[in-house]
Design a protein around this ligand. Structure first.
Ligand code: ARG
Length: 469
């Protein structure tokens, strides 16, 4: 069997069956079978709507619903049935199965509806669920961030810009910086779920439905909160999928940036953390190796997830109004991005939770006097020196210290006074890591109190996410 079964949905006007290789080319069953649960739910809702509209009798409706139940259990218990089906797509599969069970009654269910609206509806149902599922994975990742931030509270680290030592930070502050990015991802995913939560069913092929189906009831039956406003737009709009893909692409980018930090921090040059055995691999040649493959793969996944966004944007950009078969290209793009982002989020959550940070190494690195250079300038500002001048003076002090092979903390007061009479005490007494941290106490800053408050705030938002998965 190749094209002959495929013709059953639309073969009437054709004299000859499709070319076998073309049939394989145009089929979507291999991938849209993933939508079978959504297809069967839609079929049930449509049977009820046709019954309410007087097109099916109550008995016919019951028979159809029973047959759909048995198709569902058959599909669950016998994957071989799905694997070997030659159906054109998921809609064709369900219709063939229904007709096989019910004969002519099965052939009544397609009254007044089109695959164009069915696929748009089922895809929206899938995206809604996928966005929620990914949101739950992001919440677990945020939980891992929160636990690490909590158990490492108070540990300093060197903060960098341009990857050069800049100012000290608390490790928890760095963790929560990634946490905030993931919190935005969770919000974006929730917004993508809302964008998908509009029901196109009742739009027909493009012009609306000629039978008096109750669109609001159909939407409610399928768990949608709203109905689409224009039938022509409804069958060709894929904005909801693009919004989901953008949310996934941004999540992938954030995962990749976390991964990059983790990979750097695990290197011996940084040595800030120890990778978890459970999420690392060894080398087949070099016995000493413990490689950050989990994080490297997470970083590497971003490419194909972005590709899905570009793939769908490109597929839809030149389409005339209404459904075009190009739109069949939407599903694999989204399925792939969803699968990859979901797995990457789960692995990241596990790998982060299992990471052991090295407080002594972090503290040692945070003691670099260069990290408190801003403090020296601020110290001079407090003595009345204009900041721009203070910046210049400290630059000169630093250069001299470097030439003399000293750290800025080791410069005696008399030597400092040669650069500015405003120096009044040894810098070693004012230039502590603790005070550099403590002074940054504005909301969102890295002072211990500000970080504790930020963590509490983060935890409140996380708890809300976890309560409304
Ligand atoms: N398999 C198709 C898709 O995924 C279903 C809609 C087919 N509609 C059509 N007019 N050929 O888009």
């Amino acid at each position: 069997m190749s094209g002959s079964e495929g013709r059953k949905m639309w073969g009437g006007r054709f004299e000859r069956p499709p070319d076998a290789s073309f049939y394989q080319f145009e089929r979507s069953w291999q991938f849209d079978r993933r939508l079978l649960p959504q297809e069967l739910a839609l079929d049930r809702a449509w049977a009820r709507a046709l019954t309410a509209a007087g097109i099916l009798s109550a008995d016919e409706c019951q028979e159809i619903l029973r047959a759909l139940d048995s198709i569902e259990s058959h599909a669950k218990s016998d994957p071989h049935w799905l694997d070997t089906s030659e159906a054109e797509d998921v809609h064709h599969f369900a219709e063939m199965a229904l007709i096989e069970k019910l004969g002519p009654l099965g052939a009544k269910l397609h009254t007044g509806r089109s695959r164009n609206e069915m696929v748009a509806t089922e895809f929206r149902m899938y995206v809604k669920e996928a966005a929620r599922e990914t949101g739950r994975a992001v919440a677990s990742l945020m939980r891992a961030v929160s636990s690490q931030a909590q158990s490492n509270l108070g540990i300093p680290m060197p903060g960098t810009t341009h990857l050069q030592h800049a100012q000290p930070l608390l490790l928890s502050h760095w963790l929560l910086a990634h946490g905030e990015a993931f919190a935005r991802d969770a919000a974006r995913l929730a917004s993508a779920a809302r964008a998908a939560d509009v029901c196109p069913l009742g739009s027909g092929a493009l012009a609306g439905c000629a039978f008096p189906v109750d669109r609001a009831a159909l939407a409610g039956d399928l768990g949608f909160s709203r109905i689409t406003k224009n039938s022509l737009d409804a069958v060709s709009d894929r904005d909801f999928a693009l919004e989901m893909l953008f949310a996934l692409a941004t999540l992938a980018m954030h995962l990749s940036r976390l991964a990059e930090d983790m990979i750097l921090f695990a290197s011996p040059e940084f040595g800030f953390l120890e990778l978890a055995d459970e999420y690392s691999t060894g080398s087949s040649l070099m016995p000493q190796k413990k490689n950050p493959d989990a994080w490297e793969l997470i970083r590497g996944k971003s490419g194909r997830i972005y590709a899905s966004l570009v793939w769908l944007l490109t597929a839809v950009k030149g389409l005339p109004s209404g459904y075009q078969r190009d739109l069949q290209e939407d599903k694999e793009a989204l399925f792939s991005a969803h699968d990859q982002a979901l797995e990457a989020s789960r692995v990241a959550a596990g790998a982060l939770a299992a990471t052991r940070f090295r407080p002594s190494r972090l503290l040692e690195a945070a003691q670099d006097p260069a990290l408190v250079a801003t403090e020296v300038a601020d110290y001079l500002v407090a003595q009345g020196v204009p900041f721009r001048q203070a910046h210049e003076i400290v630059g000169k002090v630093l250069r001299a210290a470097e030439q003399e092979g000293k750290s800025i903390r080791q410069m005696p007061l008399e030597r400092l006074k040669e650069f500015s009479p405003a120096f009044g005490s040894e810098l070693s007494t004012v230039l502590t890591l603790e005070s550099a941290l403590a002074r940054r106490s504005t909301a969102g800053g890295t002072a211990p109190g500000a970080v504790r408050a930020a963590l509490a705030d983060f935890n409140t938002r996380l708890a809300q996410l976890e309560e409304n998965p």
